[in-house]
Design a protein around this ligand. Structure first.
Ligand SMILES: Nc1nc2c(c(=O)[nH]1)N[C@H]1C(S)=C(S)[C@@H](COP(=O)(O)OP(=O)(O)OC[C@H]3O[C@@H](n4cnc5c(N)ncnc54)[C@H](O)[C@@H]3O)O[C@H]1N2
Ligand code: MOO
Length: 406
């Protein structure tokens, strides 16, 4: 079977994925980066009353048209405790930022523009026009106004206005649930005392972090040995939990102990495709078990990460109604790059930002898909398309950023 090109494989996966319709109501404190499922209208008018924008004196502007006028201060209006009476000609009320403007007043004289005399009398050193330093009722928004909309991604500004509209909670789309199953009889969790021929299961932590950053909830189903019954039990646990995506780690290739595909098929998985024209990550498997997407990632740590970046991250974005990831950048290669074969190659690279802003990517020379230290030190993947000619240092090359470059 010919290997499927990466771009076709991603398109097949995303075309088959439907955004999640289910919603849930969450408190504002838990709503950052969630996707709104409803329109949100203001439950009140903001500000709810004409309010002072400054600390000073509420006055009748006609009284202070000329400098040097004396006014009697007859009371105080503070934020949360306004002045009940009405200002008459020749009177002023001490007022503070955010406080309601008393009846009769139509401007605020800054305290810097008033001289205080004994006996509660002020004298203006500046004149203020009608309306000056007053925030009229409803200047921000009005009750019933729709300010947030279904599909909006909640961020600090939107959460601020949601709270100001007097909503303690919002209705958002449910996050996709990604179940992770690490397969391999050699695997033990980090922190374990390793027996002979055992290795630490590291992939789960990388893929879980990637899935959470992409907007998913993660269900870690732990490590299962290379055993059909054990893999089946973990897959059933994932479907019982109503996972939207089951991600298996390892056992994706052709060895005698690579049982993931055969086990999943035995449980009813429909295989969509297997084996992609990419390096690393060739043995990636994609299928569906009922409505659940199944991604079988290769066990080699870097292969699993590259597959997760290329396939799991966009899948989560589509299910979650979030924008597709935008990791692509233009860079120049800082090293000579060899001609490529028929598999799209993803070279781990350090990236520096030149003084002119250009990104310069330095591929690690020797690298294979088991080398986690190189991946951890990599800022980007240089993308080498199938059949790409050799590139001398200084040539333009596309990269996928793994982290921000300062
Ligand atoms: N005859 C062939 N052999 C292999 C092929 C092939 O086409 N023909 N493909 C190779 C490629 S490419 C890859 S990638 C690997 C992927 O194999 P599997 O998905 O079956 O992975 P495993 O054999 O289970 O493990 C590979 C390697 O990674 C380690 N591993 C597994 N899981 C984890 C984990 N959760 N955390 C850390 N490390 C893990 C495992 O111990 C192995 O060392 O197949 C090639 N073989
Ligand atoms: O594709 Mo494998 O992922 O080369 O190591």
């Amino acid at each position: 079977m010919a290997l499927l090109p990466v771009v076709d494989a991603v398109a097949r996966l995303l075309n088959a994925a439907k955004p999640i319709d289910a919603t849930q109501t969450v408190p504002l404190m838990s709503a950052n980066q969630r996707v709104l499922a409803t329109e949100v209208a203001a439950r009140l008018t903001q500000p709810p009353f004409d309010a002072s924008a400054m600390d000073g004196y509420a006055v009748r502007s006609a009284d202070v048209a000329s400098i040097g006028t004396r006014l009697s201060v007859i009371g105080e209006s503070a934020a949360g405790k306004g002045f009940a009476g009405e200002i008459q000609p020749g009177e002023a009320v001490r007022i503070f930022t955010g406080a309601p403007v008393p009846a009769g007043a139509d401007a605020v004289l800054l305290q810097e523009d008033a001289t205080l005399h004994p006996g509660g009398v002020i004298e203006n050193t500046f004149s203020v026009a009608s309306g000056r330093h007053i925030r009229p009722r409803g200047q921000d928004f009005s009750q019933g106004e729709f300010i947030l909309h279904a599909g909006d991604i909640l961020d600090p500004g939107r959460l601020m206005v949601a709270a100001a509209m007097n909503h303690p909670e919002v209705t958002v789309y449910r996050k996709p649930l990604v179940a992770l199953i690490a397969t391999g009889s050699e695997l033990v969790p980090p922190g374990a005392v390793l027996g002979e021929h055992q290795i630490v299961a590291s992939n789960t932590f990388a893929i879980a972090a990637l899935a959470q950053s992409a907007g998913a909830d993660v269900l870690d189903l732990g490590i299962v040995p290379d055993d059909t019954a054990a893999i089946s039990a973990a897959v059933r646990a994932a479907t019982d939990a109503k996972a939207d995506v089951i991600v298996t780690l390892g056992g994706a290739s052709v060895g005698d102990h690579d049982l993931v595909q055969s086990t999943l098929k035995g449980l009813g998985m429909v295989l969509d495709f297997w084996r992609i024209a990419m390096r690393p990550g060739k043995p990636l498997m994609v299928g569906s078990l009922g409505d659940t997407h199944v991604l079988g990632l290769p066990g080699n740590p870097v292969s699993s990460m590259v597959c997760a970046l290329l396939f799991l991250e966009p899948l989560i974005a589509k299910l979650a109604r979030l924008p597709q990831p935008a990791r692509e950048r233009s860079a120049v290669t800082g090293t000579n790059l060899a001609a490529n074969d028929h598999r799209q190659d993803y070279l781990r690279a350090r990236v520096i930002r030149r003084a002119d802003g250009t990104l310069e990517a330095h591929s690690y020379g020797k690298q294979d898909s088991s080398q986690m230290k190189i991946f951890a030190n990599s800022d980007a993947l240089i993308v080498r398309p199938p059949g790409a000619a050799a590139l001398p240092a200084g040539s333009a090359c596309p990269i996928l950023l793994l982290r921000d470059i300062v």
